[in-house]
Design a protein around this ligand. Structure first.
Ligand code: PXP
Length: 250
């Protein structure tokens, strides 16, 4: 069993910068720089950097992705909605991977998985175009059998299982149910030869629950690492998470 990989989502580094500098992007004072933080995360052992270019550009900006493309040495994963504008952008930048996510302007963060059945037609052509450019395609989905099967049918290489419900479970019953759904989903995806990733709401406490999901290759973690880094810095925050992830036994 090879080690569980960590993709650090640096969106909220950009959130902090935008809180003060959204209207002054060229200011020499515009900080913190997500690209500089990405390098620190890589040096601390992250296997990849993830950034979500939202349609409303609330945190990460086009220029950030361009600079990440030039500077990320490990792997750049562009999280994105399946819209013509963003797909064209991805085809220009050519990240190593894209993770297709649903996107609503009103949401605070990505709320549910992408519905691959409802969106099958528009996804088919986007997946083909992205893959033709050499980009590996991941789909962020709820742990539901029909969605796993649809990801396989659409030709995705990777599924990222939405762990938000497990992370935010308010009773042990919900936690148990959600863990079972994730375990079954991971099994099903593995049997279909899909790479199994997971993300959303994972933190330094609930990572022990994530360890109970089989076949995981990579976790994408954002908020909790950025929050921890406020106290200890990014290098330590990433290394602490990697230390916990090292206990994963598949
Ligand atoms: N994976 C996906 C697909 C996401 O949309 C997000 C949130 O941007 C994350 C992972 C990271 O979630 P969190 O910030 O809760 O760790």
């Amino acid at each position: 069993m090879s080690a569980l990989h960590l993709g650090v989502n640096i969106d909220h580094v950009a959130t902090l910068r935008q809180a003060r500098y959204a209207t002054m992007p060229e200011s020499k004072n515009a900080e913190p720089d997500p690209v500089a933080i990405a390098s620190i995360c890589e040096r601390a052992g992250a296997s990849g950097i993830t950034a979500h270019l939202r349609a409303d550009r609330r945190h990460v900006q086009d220029r950030d992705i361009e600079r990440l493309r030039e500077n990320v040495m490990t792997k750049l994963n562009l999280e994105m909605g399946n819209t013509p504008e963003i797909v064209d952008f991805a085809l220009r930048i050519v990240p190593d991977e894209v993770c297709l996510v649903p996107e609503k302007r009103e949401e605070i963060t990505t709320e549910g998985g992408l519905d691959l059945i409802v969106n099958r037609r528009s996804l088919t052509s986007s997946v083909q175009r992205l893959q033709a450019a050499g980009i590996r395609v991941s789909m962020f989905i709820d742990p539901v059998p029909e969605q796993i099967d649809a990801a396989s049918e659409l030709g995705a290489e990777i599924v990222e299982l939405h762990t938000g419900k497990l992370a935010n479970a308010y009773t042990e019953k919900v936690e148990r149910q959600e863990l079972e759904r994730l375990q079954e989903a991971a099994e099903r995806a593995k049997n279909l030869n899909l790479q199994v990733n997971a993300g959303h709401g994972i933190n330094y406490r609930n990572i022990s629950l994530i360890h109970k999901i089989p076949h995981l290759v990579e976790l994408n973690i954002g908020h909790s690492i950025v929050a921890r880094a406020v106290f200890v810095g990014f290098e330590a925050a990433v290394q602490e998470m990697l230390g916990l992830m090292a206990e994963y036994r598949g």
